[in-house]
Write a protein that binds this ligand. Structure first.
Ligand code: FAD
Length: 412
């Protein structure tokens, strides 16, 4: 008799993998289709490789600037090829671990492109798979500039960066969102001349305006040229003309203007999750959606934290101040430089900003070392409706960055 799977899942990125693993843990039969590599964008071309290279670049920059705290780093050099090799090892280790988990949980992996050809039927490699439920988690791909497609030599996307053989001397980044800011800081750490152009009037336009102002200041201090309200007029013979009249000759252009949804042929019923559903393009959102779908837990996308990595980290959750009606909220901003731990670490930049309404936290933005961890203190409070007075009773260890969360709450 033909096998009927409880779940047929297309795409093995965070959304597809999480769905597959949870369904299998619940004793369901699962077939998972992947046309490229297990782990999807996040593991192979996104979160993990970027953060691994960033770590190498950050260490290099920190070491260079550490003489006054007692490090002697004569002849310090950055070996780009070794950093890339390390990145490959990290990705491979994690990919092997994930593949093993799928195997242990008896998820059937089909390494082929799949399509939904009818209700309950997925086809891959000329074979039909009968599935009671179909989940499409096919992710996204880099969005090109309208008139200048990726040529993968001069006009690059983030995938191409992982194939670089050496660090560039100068780069033009189009887009000052999360991806553009992360790569701008990586290349800047590596002493590359970086220019970022952004069509909007401020960088990181989805974040709180105070965060954008901080990014502008940080770019100025680090000598990263930022050109807002600016677009690309022309790219020709490795020369780029900007709408403000500037003409640049970078080693290459990194286009970081967002991503396009990828969807397979869909001629039958399916639930689409992750990047492919076109909402928040974040791995944590993709995984959370998958958990909600397969486990049936309540999902509220107000409480999805966003993080931009680098020094210092930038993180936010919930409301931005500029979107709230004047006088409808309370606000506290605590400077990181007031924290003992920040001075111990020589990382005094940034602030912790919290917005509240009737004693409840409705939004937070953090620029600080460890912001990626700190933001979850607000996430937990918001998700569980722990109010400001209750948070004031919590004992925070000293010296920590978490004390900044406490101090910001105490200002309210
Ligand atoms: C440079 C970069 C850095 C990032 N950094 C972060 C970060 O720090 N934090 C964060 O939260 N997010 C980050 N993201 C975003 C994150 O990678 C995505 O939000 C996440 O990967 C989406 O997961 P997904 O499962 O929906 O899709 P994907 O990870 O894109 O996986 C989709 C999978 O489906 C497969 N597929 C597509 N079509 C088919 C088909 N027809 N048949 C079979 N298989 C198919 C693809 O090959 C792919 O493996 C980053 C992205 C990039 C590009």
């Amino acid at each position: 008799m033909e096998k009927i799977y409880n779940y047929g899942i297309i795409g093995a990125g965070p959304a597809g993998l999480t769905s597959a693993l949870i369904a299998a843990e619940k004793g369901k039969s699962v077939v998972l289709f992947e046309k490229d590599k297990i782990g999807g964008t996040c593991l192979n071309k996104g979160c993990i490789p970027t953060k691994t290279i960033l770590h190498s670049a950050d260490l290099y920059k920190d070491a260079k600037n550490s003489e006054n705290i007692g490090l002697i780093t004569n002849d310090l050099q950055f070996d780009f090829a070794k950093a890339m090799e390390h990145k490959n090892r990290v990705v491979e280790t994690l990919r092997n671990a994930l593949t093993k988990s799928l195997q242990v949980k008896t998820v059937e992996i089909v390494e082929k492109e799949a399509k939904v050809v009818a209700d309950n039927i997925i086809e891959a490699g000329g074979q039909a798979y009968n599935c009671e439920k179909i989940i499409v988690a096919t992710g996204s791909e880099p969005k090109p500039l309208k008139d200048y497609p990726f040529d993968h030599e001069f006009v690059l996307n983030s995938d191409d960066l992982f194939e670089l053989k050496q660090a560039p001397k100068s780069v033009l980044i189009v887009g000052a969102g999360a991806e553009g800011i992360e790569w701008a800081r990586i290349f800047n750490d590596l002493e590359c001349e970086v220019t970022v152009v952004e069509a909007a009037s401020r960088p990181l336009s989805i974040a709180d305006e105070e965060v954008s102002k901080y990014v502008e200041r940080m770019f100025r201090t680090r000598k990263i040229a930022l050109k807002t309200s600016t677009t690309i007029n022309k790219i020709e013979n490795k020369q780029v003309a900007l709408s403000n009249g500037d003409v640049l000759n970078p080693d290459f252009v990194l286009v970081a203007i967002g991503r396009n949804i990828v969807k397979p042929q869909l001629d039958g019923k399916a639930t689409v999750i992750g990047d492919a559903c076109g909402q928040l393009m974040l791995a944590n959102f993709a995984m959370y959606q998958a958990r909600a779908l397969v486990s049936g837990i309540h999902f509220d996308n107000v409480f999805v934290p966003s993080v931009i990595y680098g020094t210092p980290e930038i993180a936010w959750i919930g409301a931005n101040e500029q979107d709230l009606p004047l006088g409808s909220y309370q606000k506290a901003v605590y400077p990181v430089r007031a924290l003992g731990k920040a001075h111990c670490d020589n990382e005094i930049e940034g602030f912790i900003k919290v917005l509240t309404y009737e004693n409840k936290i409705i939004g937070a933005s953090i620029i600080s070392k460890e912001a990626s961890a700190l933001i979850h203190q607000f996430a937990i409070a918001m998700q569980n409706e722990i109010n400001v007075d209750e948070l004031k009773k919590v004992c925070f260890a000293h010296p920590t960055y978490s004390e900044g969360v406490y101090e910001s709450i105490m200002m309210l």
